[in-house]
Design a protein around this ligand. Sequence first.
Ligand SMILES: Nc1ncnc2c1ncn2[C@@H]1O[C@H](COP(=O)(O)OP(=O)(O)OP(=O)(O)O)[C@@H](O)[C@H]1O
Ligand SMILES: [Mg+2]
Length: 275
Amino acid sequence: MEDTPAAAPSAPAASLSSETGASPGHGGKLRLDALSAFYGPKKAIDSVSLDFPAKTVTAIIGPSGCGKSTLIRCLNRMHEVTPRATVTGHAILDGEDLYEMDATLVRRRIGMVFQKPNPFPTMSVYDNVAAGLKLNGERNRARLDEAVIRSLKGAALWDEVKDNIHGPGVRLSGGQQQRLCIARALAVEPEVLLMDEPCSALDPIATAKIEQLIRTLKEKYTVIIVTHNMQQAARVAEFTAFLYLGKLIEFGPTGDMFERPKEKLTEEYITGRFG
Ligand SMILES: Nc1ncnc2c1ncn2[C@@H]1O[C@H](COP(=O)(O)OP(=O)(O)OP(=O)(O)O)[C@@H](O)[C@H]1O
Ligand SMILES: [Mg+2]
């Protein structure tokens, strides 16, 4: 946690009250129960319990180094890919423990979009979107075409690429590339979509498009978005979780958290006193 500013107040020693970790009552799609994550001996996530409600957007906010990326990487079994990285506790998807499921299946059901758009560099727009399906063994051209079109429409990119769908994915603008990565994630029909600061490399116009898209995605998907930007959390997320030094400090409806934070640390963070 070397990124934590020295002037920041220390996290409360006591664990969360059940109130702050409680489900907001929308029916949890993904439930964390005392989830901790380590890099070797170092604990980066400290016993986080929280319900991500189905078909809503939940934002994860907190200062640099507080564990936002680590937390979401635990949710699609990416954390364990790092050498010496381990997880304890439970992450339950529709009643099933992710850590007792096949990791490949978890990554199909829980898709991820990264901070920097990362289309496969040698592939066309079409092949980028079809890649996951082909990896899963789909060879039927008509079904691939249908999935590619559906995913590009779902990612609000179709109109911009339909005339050059076999052109290289990397020739698209940054914002288009990020929507291409969203289309690629949607192609395998995930249930949950994780996004780690998906707009941080984008200009305000591209950001607005992605935010608009995120608001429509929640009709079908449970979306979890890491953001540094509290205005962005306020614009797109019904629920917000505030992490600090690996602990969940507060979780609740975004408006309540920003207008009437329950915890002093949350208030200090959202009013810009640290982070
Ligand atoms: N591969 C790694 N090996 C060891 N420690 C790591 C590794 N990746 C992250 N950490 C540590 O884990 C903690 C949480 O890091 P993480 O990247 O999850 O934070 P973050 O909230 O996403 O930060 P940022 O806002 O800067 O992206 C930090 O103290 C970081 O130094
Ligand atoms: Mg991060």
